[in-house]
Ligand binder design. Structure first.
Ligand code: SF4
Length: 451
């Protein structure tokens, strides 16, 4: 049977919604995640996050078994909440549903209200978020969770405060620190969310902290509805999952969307938007960094000109990497994501690149075999294609669990784009140097009977 007619994913090019939800909560101060479902869900998510960030990652589970599945998991959820409070003493608990909890129709909002009333819980915010694993991908789960957190704290409009909300996509911890540095250079008063730059990339400390320091403060999240504008770093998220759209529609906070600032155009987009919103001049040091990136682009264009690449990962990362490749003369042969995302398809197609959404790694592999790009750019799940086709893989995105240091790699801003571009160019140079020697050896040495 033709594979295209079978409703089956082999190695999906995505992860599930609660994975994204967990990452969003890890960027909120003093928060803990409780996953309502079977133990395997939290183990799967902890394992991916712990190996990507190289940090201990705690995610609690309500451990639903046969009994809870048949008769309802209310008891498990209440028990789990009590344990999390006793063991972690958090200010915020994010309760995320899973496939199982959604399939049996658990009303987590009602169960949480009952629990809070019975135990007289007043000083802990327990935020329910519906994240059925099969509902969408980690990409939508991440934004939907952020939207739910903002909705929870911004039911009433806050007083105008002149701040700029910055909604961060799934970037590295180093990228978030770079965005904060750019904001400081602009002297902008901002609220950045979620901020997992410290919680998931903490310095060594002799004593283990159950909940690491850092994250977006709750008191500032409460003021997001009084901000002067929101910059949401996503051009492909659907409006129904968009935190910026909620703030715009419910509280009249103007929304500006920009791609992940990777590549010169995308970074310019962010810098100009910041300058436009605040009315401030672009800082001189950023102009110097831009000039260095331009210089690096000139240095490398002659090596990149004939390079081809296959890109895969979550829609926003793939879009940003595609932009960087195109502005440097590297041709993306395919740009693939596991999320079903029409906006992504249209944006990529407008750049003249073959866009594939809702796909799996089996299909990406088939395309790679057919098109034979020089490079692969994406997350670690492409390593099988790398091994089988002997094509180098430059790692970006989530998860990266076969290399260390993913959390501290810089891709964003002028400086990150330059480092990333150098990485791509040098990999192409290595390929060229290796293959042309082989070609010369075969053509001139072996042909003359010297083998
Ligand atoms: S897909 Fe469903 S069952 Fe699997 S880990 Fe995600 S929530 Fe759990």
């Amino acid at each position: 049977m033709n594979r295209n007619y079978v409703n089956l994913d082999v190695n999906p090019c995505k992860m599930c919604m609660p994975m994204g939800g967990s990452l969003a909560f890890k960027g909120i101060e003093s928060s803990m995640v409780l996953m309502h479902g079977s133990q395997g869900c939290s183990t799967y998510i902890r394992r991916h996050m712990a190996t990507h960030f190289n940090e201990p990652v705690d995610i609690a589970s309500t451990s639903l078994s046969e009994n809870g599945t048949v008769y309802g998991g209310s008891r498990n959820l209440k028990h789990g909440l009590m344990n999390v409070i006793k063991l972690y003493n958090p200010k915020v608990i994010g309760v995320l549903t899973t496939c199982l909890a959604e399939t049996i129709g658990e009303d987590i909002g009602r169960i949480i209200e009952e629990f809070k009333e019975k135990k007289d819980i007043r000083n802990i915010d327990i935020i329910p978020v519906n994240t059925p694993g099969y509902g969408a991908s980690h990409f939508e789960g991440y934004f939907h969770t952020m939207r739910s957190i903002i909705e929870y704290y911004n039911r009433k409009k806050a007083k105008p405060n002149g701040k700029v909300n910055i909604i961060i996509p799934n970037m590295t911890c180093a990228d978030i620190r770079e965005i904060k540095r750019i904001l400081r250079l602009f002297h902008v008063d901002y609220v950045l969310m979620p901020d997992f730059s410290d919680t998931l990339d903490a310095p060594y400390k002799p004593d283990y902290e159950k909940i690491p320091e850092g994250g977006t403060r709750i008191d500032v999240i409460k003021n997001m509805s009084g901000a002067r504008a929101t910059i949401e770093m996503s051009v492909s998220i659907d409006d129904r999952y968009s935190p910026g759209k909620y703030l715009e529609e419910e509280h009249g906070v103007p929304l500006y969307r920009c791609p992940i600032p990777i590549g010169i155009r995308n970074t310019d987009w962010l810098i100009k938007t910041l300058s436009g919103i605040t009315g401030k001049q672009i800082p001189g040091s950023l102009a110097v960094e831009r000039g260095r990136l331009l210089d690096a682009m000139i240095d490398s264009h002659k090596y990149n000109g004939e390079g081809t690449v296959a890109i895969f990962g979550d829609p926003e990362t793939v879009y940003a990497v595609t932009s960087l490749c195109l502005e440097n003369g590297i041709t993306p042969l395919i740009a693939a994501t596991g999320s079903k995302n029409l906006k992504f398809r249209n944006l990529i197609a407008a750049k003249g690149t073959q866009a594939i959404d809702g796909t799996d790694f089996e299909y990406v592999h088939e395309q790679v075999k057919k098109l034979r790009p020089h490079l692969l750019i994406g997350n670690s799940d492409g390593k099988i294609i790398r091994e089988k086709e002997h094509i180098p893989l430059i790692r970006i995105g989530f998860p990266i669990h076969d290399h260390i240091g993913a959390q501290r790699k810089l891709f964003a801003g002028y400086r990150g784009s330059m480092r990333f571009l150098d990485d791509i160019t040098n990999t192409l140079l290595d390929l060229k140097n290796e293959s042309y020697r082989q070609k010369l050896y075969s053509e001139f040495f072996c042909r003359q009977g010297n083998t």
